[in-house]
Design a protein around this ligand. Structure first.
Ligand code: COA
Ligand code: AMP
Length: 636
């Protein structure tokens, strides 16, 4: 509980914890229901929290049709701004309704119905948003896979999600490079055990994909002639989508989002946290393959009746580091949200902000950042340059909406550098020690959430409630383990200090070093290895491998490094940004054999550290230091 002078934030926060049922019943009234729920908070057959179990609604209806019925049909719902194809296209809510109903009709024709799964592997084109909404319309469950993932990653997701249909395109565009998607998709399907019935392929003018007769279908022709599909009521607890995210092993976790709780939480967040109203332009510059893209390019923004922007470009070189400022001006963006790494990229190319000059920024009220810790130099640079509040807020794919933030719509609180501010209503955030005991102010520990988790939070993992328990709930009974470490100060402000597990964040992309270790270990030359996320000026973190070679491979270290780099690129994708493998004689370990990854990272980052008392042989640390210096990695 937050004790201080009552303001709208503390009032909302305290009520959300003392009377969660009352609080979330009230919030539920803000979205349209077919049947308003009476069973607000319950447990499912696996003992996991469920919200609004007997409610009936449809997320696509709430995001699209409802606004048309409410007289917003002519308002712009979605703006596709693509500097890489020099295209800007605007869709009103009525246009969106038509487009989505056509795609839903096409999917229905291909046999997709309630409860079926669909994988979406598309670049940042409006058809990707239509496809997501079309699945929601039919009660089907989509799983969007980030376009930067390699076939192996896509195959893992195909096997787990078991889609009836896969939606993809002939290509994506990275800066000025056309990346054919179809060969990647074909390879993924070849690798996968599960085979889809059909692939619906969007042919883009930049590259034409070869279609495989019987399996591949041309998007335009089938969508154009389909009978438009209406929406069907689904249970609030039915899954809306699966979004795979990196865990500590090579098997990604299928984060499940339900329909009712998700819609309610997003609608609540729009006003309470982002302070946007229907009709406002809210731009989240993310990829649809990430949680931010799902929630604040498509679902939240549209459920809130705002105008969303789908941007097919990068912060730089599309065409230059002024592109964000241009989009803000052209579309009168009120609230802008992206990852700090994007601003570091802009700062590097345009430190004085010269490319911002001449662009009218008068519509912009607030910038939100998330996805990784926002380093104070970038935060200050951005604040000085733009003159608007820069709000660092903390969230995860699992939560699907912010957990710690400065609640701009409830009345902003004082900003403290390095903190993402206060827990959002619904989140009983506590810092626990190894024994699971709550820690006091300024004591660093595990950042945890006391159960029940609020609406919108993943209720389980796709078809794997046991893994959900093991990964998140078993460590500290009664709490959700976030995987981040941090502390709260005496005023309750939360400071997130980074992951305490094998997850790293590279240029806003969440990746598993555990998975990389599995891939590296598969090389015949590797006796053992550790992959560690070290500090990177632009990307926040980047992975580096530390590899012990088998004796008979010692002469081949150069070529092994090249092969390992290629293996990670081939298996995970270029986004992993694994560029270096340092060959070492031994790895530092505890006496019980646990590799001291944190200590390796601290040496690489030039941080001071205490030699762990459990270390087997402290001399190894000197060897690592020498090798890091030798390979030019160590920061002074
Ligand atoms: N499809 C295919 N390949 C992709 C890709 C995609 N969607 N995204 C990245 N890649 C590739 C890049 O082309 C690059 O390939 P290369 O090694 O052959 O050059 C590689 O993956 C590494 O990409 P990245 O780390 O993104 O570096 P970059 O130099 O291309 O771009 C940034 C750097 C900072 C501009 C970029 O990472 C960025 O825009 N980050 C912001 C991410 C973001 O906004 N996230 C929002 C989360 S809230
Ligand atoms: P993702 O699931 O990709 O959104 O990544 C979630 C992880 O990103 C979190 O567990 C944190 O480690 C990190 N993260 C997200 N937002 C922040 C933030 N504002 N400050 C620090 N770390 C963050």
């Amino acid at each position: 509980m937050i004790d201080s002078v009552l303001n709208p934030y503390t009032e909302a926060y305290n009520r959300s914890l003392t009377d969660p049922v009352g609080f979330w019943t009230d919030q539920a009234r803000a979205i349209p229901w077919v049947e308003f729920p009476t069973d607000i908070l319950s447990k499912d057959e696996n003992g996991l929290t469920r919200w609004y179990a007997d409610g009936m609604m449809n997320t696509c209806y709430a995001a699209v049709d409802y606004h048309v019925e409410q007289g917003r049909g002519d308002q712009i719902a979605l703006i596709y701004d693509s500097p890489v194809t020099r295209t800007v296209r605007r869709y009103t809510y009525r246009d969106l309704q038509t487009e989505v109903a056509q795609v839903a009709g096409a999917l229905r024709q291909l046999g997709v119905g309630y409860g079926d799964t669909v994988v979406i592997y598309l670049p940042m084109v409006p058809e990707a948003a239509f496809a997501m909404l079309a699945c929601a319309r039919l009660g089907a469950v989509h799983s969007v896979v980030f376009g930067g993932f390699a076939p192996h990653e896509l195959a893992l997701r195909i096997n787990d999600a078991q889609p009836k249909v896969i939606l993809s395109a002939s290509c994506g565009i990275e800066f000025d490079r056309v990346i054919p998607y179809k060969p990647l998709l074909d390879e993924a399907i070849r690798l996968a055990e599960h085979q889809p019935d059909y692939c619906l392929i969007l042919q883009r003018p930049q590259c034409t994909a070869e279609l495989q007769a019987g399996r591949d279908i041309d998007w335009a022709s089938v969508v154009r002639q389909a009978d438009p599909a209406g929406w069907i009521p689904v249970r609030a607890t039915d899954p809306l989508y699966i979004l795979y995210t990196s865990g500590t092993t090579g098997k990604p976790k299928g984060i499940v989002r339900d329909n009712g709780g998700h819609a309610v939480a997003l609608k609540y967040s729009l006003k309470a946290i982002y302070n946007v109203e229907p009709g406002d332009v809210f731009w989240a510059a993310s990829d649809l393959g990430w949680a931010v893209g799902h929630c604040y390019i498509v679902y939240g923004t549209l459920i809130g009746g705002c105008t969303a922007i789908l941007f097919e470009g990068k912060p730089v070189r599309t065409p230059d580091a002024g592109t964000y400022w241009r989009v803000i001006q052209d579309h009168r963006v009120k609230v802008f949200f992206t990852a700090p790494t994007a601003f570091r990229a802009i700062k590097k190319e345009d430190p004085e902000g010269r490319l911002r000059q001449g662009y009218d920024q008068s519509s912009l009220e607030t910038i939100f950042v998330a996805g990784e810790r926002c380093d104070p130099p970038t935060l200050n640079w951005l604040g000085d340059l733009t003159g608007v509040p820069i709000i660092d807020h903390w969230w995860q794919t699992e939560s699907g909406w912010p957990m710690v933030a400065n609640p701009m719509g409830l009345g902003p609180v004082l900003v403290k550098a390095g903190s993402s501010s206060l827990p959002v209503p619904g989140y009983d955030l506590q810092i626990l020690n190894e024994a699971g005991e709550p820690l006091g102010p300024n004591e660093e520990g595990y950042v945890c959430l006391k159960l029940p988790l609020p609406p919108g939070f993943t209720p389980t993992l796709w078809r794997d409630p046991e893994r959900f328990r093991q990964a998140y709930l078993d460590r500290f009974p009664g709490y959700y383990l976030s995987g981040d470490g941090g502390y709260r100060d005496a005023d309750g402000y939360v400071f997130i200090m980074g992951r305490v597990d094998d997850v790293i964040n590279v240029a806003g992309h969440r990746l598993s070093t555990g998975e990389m270790e599995e891939i590296v270990s598969a090389h015949p030359a590797v006796a053992e290895c550790a992959v560690v996320g070290i500090a990177d000026e632009l990307r926040g973190q980047r992975p580096v491998g530390f590899v012990v070679l088998k004796d008979d491979w010692l002469d081949t270290s150069r070529s092994v490094e090249t092969e390992l780099v290629a293996m990670i690129r081939e298996k995970i994708g270029a986004v992993a940004y694994f560029r270096q493998a340092v060959i070492v004689k031994r790895l530092p370990k505890t006496r019980s054999g646990k590799i001291l990854r944190k200590t390796i990272r601290q040496i690489a980052d030039g941080e001071s550290f205490t030699v762990p008392s459990t270390i087997d042989d402290p001399m190894i640390l000197d060897e690592i230091r020498v090798m890091l210096n030798h390979s030019g990695i160590t920061r002074s």
